[in-house]
Design a binder for this molecule. Structure first.
Ligand code: SF4
Length: 347
């Protein structure tokens, strides 16, 4: 039996019962695929169910406020995914008469939909012959064919895509793509793959050559950048100053005013930043905690400190608020707010 048929047979007996597997509605599949990027399955299911119960269809999402979408997305990270979901829902609703494009070529033109998501939607919802390439598929292909091209380099993508195309069956494209994802998560796992119970082991070069542990190949690790965030907790009559973020990964979310630097700043330097930003007079600041609050993103390690200043800053931009709950904020902001709720009488 061909390799793709063996994987489909395995899937028919072992597929995971996931909430989005009960529908082929492209809206649901789109939401699930975007949430699952960079997200553990358990967390993905939780957020998917929450998202669908709050925004059950395209129209609800397209006619909602972006702030509400970001609020719901809090804790998932990679917030551009939420902004793009909202933007694209409005585009499909207003410009495409609520009709989801069916082809890979049309889907990939939409903001936030890349090669992987376009392949997943077109194959799962519309039975187009488009192979998906996610971490699972890279891993399986690299092992089965002993491909030495590093999977984390863009230039390797073409090699893997060609192989993935060759491996496609002649029907059941959507099932096959989902089968590979399940197979990679359950059998051909990153560590300790279950080769002894693998239904495609006779096709697997790495298994037959006893070299599974060497695949997939990765290039040398990309450098992690270290950044220092000095947040200013400006308090005024029991209210706190927050600003909407204009650019970057947390765009359109809210935070305390912040100074970002590649090196640790002195108190004097933080005051200088504040004086320039707010033209405040007789400014005094004090550290709320001398320890850094650490926060890790995929390519950035953040060391953050929080400086308190009271009744000194008047704002042109930003707002003073007494409750943070109505404003979408990063996990890092939440870490601080949770830790110091009591001390600062923050609600
Ligand atoms: S034999 Fe092992 S390495 Fe090869 S595909 Fe199966 S689980 Fe993966």
């Amino acid at each position: 039996m061909a390799l793709n048929k063996l994987i489909l047979n395995w899937y028919d007996k072992n597929k995971r019962d996931l909430p989005w597997r009960h529908t082929k509605n492209p809206y649901n599949i789109w939401i699930s695929e975007i949430i699952l990027q960079q997200t553990r399955m358990e967390q993905g299911i939780y957020y998917y169910n929450r998202f669908i119960s709050r925004f059950p269809d395209l129209k609800t999402l397209a006619t909602s406020d972006e702030k509400d979408v970001l609020l719901l997305w809090q804790g998932l990270g990679y917030y551009s995914r939420a902004r793009n979901l909202h933007y694209t829902s409005k585009h499909i609703y207003n410009q495409l008469n609520s009709e989801f494009p069916e082809s890979y070529e049309e889907l990939i033109k939409l903001k936030g939909i890349g090669d992987y998501t376009a392949s997943a939607i077109s194959s799962i919802c519309f039975e187009k012959s488009q192979p998906v390439l996610d971490g699972n598929v890279f891993r399986i292909i690299s092992r089965v064919y002993e491909i030495k091209n590093p999977i984390d380099l863009n230039k390797s993508r073409k090699v893997f895509k060609e192989k993935a195309k060759e491996m496609m069956p002649s029907d059941r494209y959507g099932d096959y793509n989902q089968a590979l994802m399940d197979f990679g998560s359950i059998i051909c796992k990153p560590l300790n793959p279950l080769c002894s119970s693998c239904v495609i082991s006779k096709f697997c070069s790495a298994f037959n050559n006893n070299s599974v542990e060497y695949y997939p190949v990765k290039s040398s690790k990309s450098k992690i950048k270290l950044l220092y965030f000095d947040y200013i907790v400006a308090k005024h009559k029991n209210q706190f100053l927050i600003e909407q973020i204009k650019e970057g990964i947390w765009k359109n979310m809210f935070q305390f005013p912040v100074h970002v630097s590649e090196s640790k700043k002195t108190k004097k330097e933080v005051i200088k930043f504040l004086l320039e930003k707010y033209q405040a007079k007789n400014l005094t600041i004090k550290l709320i905690d001398s320890e850094f609050i650490q926060h890790k993103l995929s390519h950035i390690n953040i060391r953050s400190r929080f400086w308190l200043t009271e009744n000194k800053i008047n704002v042109d931009e930003g707002i003073y608020v007494s409750s943070f709950k109505e404003y979408p904020m990063s996990k890092l902001m939440h870490k601080f707010i949770e830790k110091y709720t009591h001390e600062l009488s923050i609600s």
